[in-house]
Design a binder for this molecule. Structure first.
Ligand SMILES: Cc1cc2nc3c(=O)[nH]c(=O)nc-3n(C[C@H](O)[C@H](O)[C@H](O)COP(=O)(O)OP(=O)(O)OC[C@H]3O[C@@H](n4cnc5c(N)ncnc54)[C@H](O)[C@@H]3O)c2cc1C
Length: 388
């Protein structure tokens, strides 16, 4: 077997969770490796809406991260100040957000986060390094790469930030099958020349034919739009939906979407990916292991947003890393503090939002009612607070 590379901490996955964790470990004095199977810049199938708390969490680490990120993304983003919600009834509501956010293609956004890691930390970044297997023993964890010509890695602690199909999460829960009640399937493609599409407005279409999901049209800058459609996997399986086909049909025939896409040009094919939804109480830790972001199933079930939760959980994991090395404890009992923190700051809210999502999915008329009622300023404020 080739010689092993030794670290204190290996972060698997350099998406928002992994890069946030590496940034938060900047002054830890630990030997940190951040490994990803992809070469950056890499695409990630997403709606590309960067929720506003993302920047708040990064600014708490260092305000200059936000300034630098904005500079790196200067020509790859669209500031969004408004959303249009289209109810199943066809009624439309335009909302101005309290905390303006922005949309940015993940190809550029994630690359910018990794650039911050390279600039500001001593993290060893290993790209093109896919982890196949983890083996935990008394003294640490060995990570075996898929490519046998690469060296195995060894660390005291592993942070699993490797997304929806996490190898690290599977090592903790080997026999768990997909829970479709807590999983969403979604597809997206990029378009240009979309009509009636202000560059500061993200559009959400709630459709009567699909109970738990929505279609989106999000500007990402330069006249390009991220257009997608997501539905709860339970419904996808029960109705045997082919989401690529459903999205094409919607853009061609839906009475409000079809006129907007009549002259639109598809820049990519439609591609899909899964969203592990929060609220399921899936374990987020084990012996010598912490999970963050999608690997920990922390996506908001109401909106499908997970970038902010990925960043937040990555930062919470870094705090736990420090506590582990100070106490020289890496056992599951000690790491349970991280699980409590995730539950307190993220999980509890996701559980409530999961219940709300199920309630709205079972009562489509309520979405019509909410959009109509939100013409009243007080109700509109409540709505902005609930989803903004
Ligand atoms: C269609 C769709 C639309 C979405 N829209 C939005 C949105 O608009 N806004 C929002 O906030 N969220 C959205 N989400 C959710 C969002 O994409 C995720 O919540 C977010 O990417 C989670 O970040 P992460 O760092 O946990 O994982 P990821 O961003 O998935 O990063 C995981 C990283 O791990 C790497 N990796 C995986 N396996 C291995 C391995 N074995 N070895 C080494 N590296 C590995 C991958 O290459 C990847 O770089 C959407 C998701 C989908 C599918």
């Amino acid at each position: 077997m080739p010689v092993t590379n030794e670290y204190d901490v290996v972060i698997v996955g350099a998406g928002p969770a992994g890069t946030a964790c590496a940034l938060a470990l900047r002054s830890s004095g630990r030997r940190v490796a951040l490994v990803d199977k992809a070469q950056f810049p890499r695409d990630k199938i997403c709606g590309d809406a960067i929720p506003s708390p993302t920047l708040k969490y990064l600014a708490r680490l260092d305000p200059s991260y936000v300034t630098e990120l904005q500079a790196l993304l200067a020509s790859h983003h669209a500031p969004t100040t408004h959303s249009r919600l289209l109810a199943p009834s066809g009624e439309e509501l335009r909302i101005a957000w309290h905390n303006p956010a922005f949309n940015s293609p993940r190809l550029h956004f994630d690359d910018a986060l990794l650039t911050l890691v390279r600039r500001h930390t001593n993290t060893e970044v290993l790209e093109g390094y896919a982890i196949r297997r983890l083996q935990t023993d008394e003294h640490g964890v060995t990570l075996t790469p898929a490519d046998a010509t690469q060296r195995p890695l060894r660390a005291a602690l592993i942070i699993g930030c490797d997304g929806a199909n996490s190898v690290v999460a599977r090592s903790l829960m080997p026999s768990t099958s997909l829970d479709r009640a807590y999983h969403c399937a979604a597809v997206r493609a990029y378009y240009k020349a979309v009509a009636d599409a202000p560059e500061d407005t993200s559009d959400f279409y709630f459709l009567r034919e699909y109970r738990a999901g929505y279609c989106w049209v999000f500007p990402v800058g330069g006249g390009v739009y991220n257009v997608g459609f997501g539905v709860l996997s339970e419904e996808v399986a029960a109705r045997r939906l082919n989401l690529k086909h459903e999205l094409s049909e919607l853009l061609a025939n839906h009475p409000h979407l079809a006129p907007r896409f009549a002259k639109a040009e598809a820049l990519t094919t439609i591609t899909g990916f899964g969203l592990p939804l929060g609220g399921s109480n899936r374990p987020v830790h084990g012996h010598r292991t912490l999970l963050c972001g999608d690997a920990a199933a922390l996506i908001d079930p109401l909106q499908g947003h997970g970038i902010d939760k990925a960043v937040h959980s990555g930062i919470l994991a870094a705090t736990q890393v420090q506590a582990c090395f100070e106490a020289q404890r890496f056992d599951a009992d000690f790491l349970a503090t991280y699980a409590q923190q995730v539950e307190h700051y993220i999980g509890r809210e996701l559980t409530q939002r999961y219940r709300l999502m199920r309630f709205l999915a079972g009562n489509a008329w309520l979405v019509d009612l909410v959009v109509r009622a939100a013409r009243w300023p007080w109700l509109r404020r409540q709505l902005v607070r609930a989803v903004g």
